[in-house]
Design a protein around this ligand. Sequence first.
Ligand code: BG6
Length: 490
Amino acid sequence: MSLFVIFGATGDLVSRKLMPALYSLHCLNKMGAESKIIGVGRTKQTGQQYRDKMSESLQKECPDHWDDFVNLIDYQSIDIKDPKNFMNLLPKLGENYKKEDIIFYLAIPPQGYKQVSDGLVYAKLNQHSHGGRRLVIEKPFGFDLQSAKDLNNHLHNHWDEEQIYRIDHYLGKETVQNLLVFRFGNEIFESLWNRRYVDYIEISSAEDISVANRAAYFDRAGTIRDMVQNHLLQVLAMVTLEPPNNFNALSVRNETVKVLQNLRPWTEESLKENVILGQYASNQLGEKKILGYHEEAGIAPNSRTETFAAMKFFIDNSRWTGVPIYLRVGKRLPHRVTEVIVHFHKTPHPAFKINSKEGNMLVIRIQPDEGILLKFIMKKPGNGFETTNVNMDFHYQDLKENFRTNAYERLLMDALIGDATLYARSDAVEQCWKFVDPILQWRDSGKAPIHQYKAGSWGPEEADKLVEKQGHQWRYPCRNLSDEENYCSL
Ligand code: BG6
């Protein structure tokens, strides 16, 4: 049996991600028949009205199970401002709730996190005797280092760290988890995974969407807070951490925080040299006019919020010292793609001419067309010793096993069984803020240039110069992993 209490029940995240994930777990028989899902929101409505709304918004992937599933759902209206209101939850939880594990999911704006925690504490719902009590908290966890510390301290007054599950849906992605298995399960790669063989590492995360429907949130946050502080630094940690002793929450999260602690701190000089911030400008793509960031409804005309960031930085430890790490992320880029690329050193003295500018490259495609691609040099058939760069690739879609892309399913299941390995720990979240805070302060000081780039391009040319001045290159990935030509056009 599982008890889920979801705060923010009428919000977009619940109907788009959480309910579909719970429904899917139900279809897979992973939730007991006695389970309950209690939606909590400010709107006054009955359980039946809420069930009807869910019924309208969810796709019935396994229709035979729908009636059973929808009957697990109930609703309670609570104004979270007054802790006493949380007592209304108790009757909804049923008589035996003390013996059961309860997941409290905070799918609400961050201003409400402390209030919900205080209300649950008031109703003694943080205390566990037989059943576990877990608090799952969405991002953003804090607005900067200081507010993240404050929030951690506030929660730690009444909840043990083991009860707090900070969700980062990138850690729920199969392809991100596979980074660990790929690295530590394959000695042929792990033995090359260091400064002696790796020339540089690139992490690129592009989206073609604008910020149109989330302008108010995004204009306050920006790309560094929205994507770098959490998702991309977690991916970076998976690519660069040392082998954990065990595959459990303690070991994996210890190694995660260790590598994040080794990120080289920014100086005023290194920010100027190595961080490029950008904002998309309008563009005409064929028949279509794409609005610039400043033309989007809800964006302040003089906003300096970045929709793009590219940066070069280092990890100061014995494995990675001297290896540049490039990170590039943005909205309104040519298409949606997230990749990690490990660029290996070039052959020091080839006895023949290598035509390709690219060296050996391992591309780990996080999404879409999830898979792994190794690029290597080969002789072109025929006379002489002409060379070419060829692909060796693996695509998840070729697996017989059902490849599930819904990160929330995996993470909710883990919360249910009390496995926090794929959730961010307080010290890791604070380390990530420590790394990005100087970039945000530099931006807010007005000293950081905000470069314009045409919507639908790969970002400002300054981002290209950043890597080219080192003799390096970004990969400009196509929509499919193997870069077949018809997937490359914009
Ligand atoms: C969210 C960000 O956390 O992640 C969004 O707030 C972003 O701005 C999204 O679009 C990207 O997630 P995914 O899984 O589509 O890569």
